[in-house]
Design a binder for this molecule. Structure first.
Ligand code: FMN
Length: 231
């Protein structure tokens, strides 16, 4: 039996990402987000236009998507309701956010230089994806609070930002034994957000997947990854 409901959000479960970007003064901002999905080496992320991350991303055109496992759930939670933007936007004031300049320090995280982008990686995250902005699109304008062209400073817009991943760093212990390029889903324990709560995957695989019968190599977008186009 189904019933129709009207939830205020539809956050049905997506991976948590700590996105690192470079501030205008060269320091690092890191912020938790979870409106994210991947296709091949592409990624779409949904960002509030009032966050420091969005300002940095649109200016610098690059970032690192750092994926915490369930073991690092403390980090996004320490960063929740902190912003690197000063002064705060009115919606953040209303939600009890405060300004924090040293987001990495506040979360107990450290930075490692990236290979191809200026924003550093978050050392503690087992998967780190260096990325370059391809495009950004207004999103959700059909909702009154996000009506493009009519927004006021306290009704922030949402942007869908398209990213191209240019380098993948993975903790070696997560790889399929004997394979250089395959993350083992039996070892990788992503941290998920569902309706603003933190979850891990249920223990174990449910049953063998027909999709996984296709060799993972067949999804490789470029035969020679050195030929991955640059920005
Ligand atoms: C687990 C978690 C997930 C979040 N997901 C998103 C998201 O997908 N998009 C977004 O704009 N904000 C998201 N937020 C809120 C941002 O972290 C918040 O806007 C913050 O101010 C961003 O920091 P910044 O202003 O320093 O960039 C999330 C927060 C938490 C704790």
């Amino acid at each position: 039996m189904h019933t129709t409901i009207e939830p205020s959000i539809l956050y049905l479960g997506t991976p948590v990402v700590l996105i690192s970007t470079r501030n205008e003064d060269g320091t690092t901002n890191v912020a938790p987000m979870s409106s994210t999905w991947f296709l091949g080496w592409g990624c779409m992320i949904g960002l509030n236009s009032g966050s420091q991350t969005t300002l940095n991303l649109l200016r610098e055109k690059e970032c690192v998507l750092n994926l915490p496992s369930v073991d690092q759930a403390y980090a996004p939670d320490r960063l929740a309701r902190l912003t690197g933007r000063n002064p705060l936007t009115p919606d953040k004031v209303a939600m009890g956010y405060r300004y924090e300049k040293d987001k990495l320090g506040a979360a107990g995280l450290t930075a490692t230089p990236s290979d191809l982008v200026k924003a550093p990686r978050v050392t503690e995250c087992p998967i780190q994806l260096e990325a370059i902005v391809q495009a950004s699109h207004p999103f959700g304008g059909f909702e009154p609070a996000r009506a493009f062209g009519e927004n006021t400073s306290d009704t922030p817009l949402v942007l869908a930002v398209e990213l191209k991943i240019v380098r993948v760093h993975a903790e070696e212990s997560l790889l399929v034994t004997g394979k250089k390029n395959h993350i083992d889903p039996d070892k990788w324990k992503p941290l998920l957000m569902s309706f603003a709560q933190y979850y891990g995957l249920a223990p174990g695989r449910i049953f063998p997947s027909k999709l996984a019968e296709i060799p993972e190599e067949q999804y490789r977008p470029y035969e020679d990854m050195a030929k991955l186009p640059t920005a």
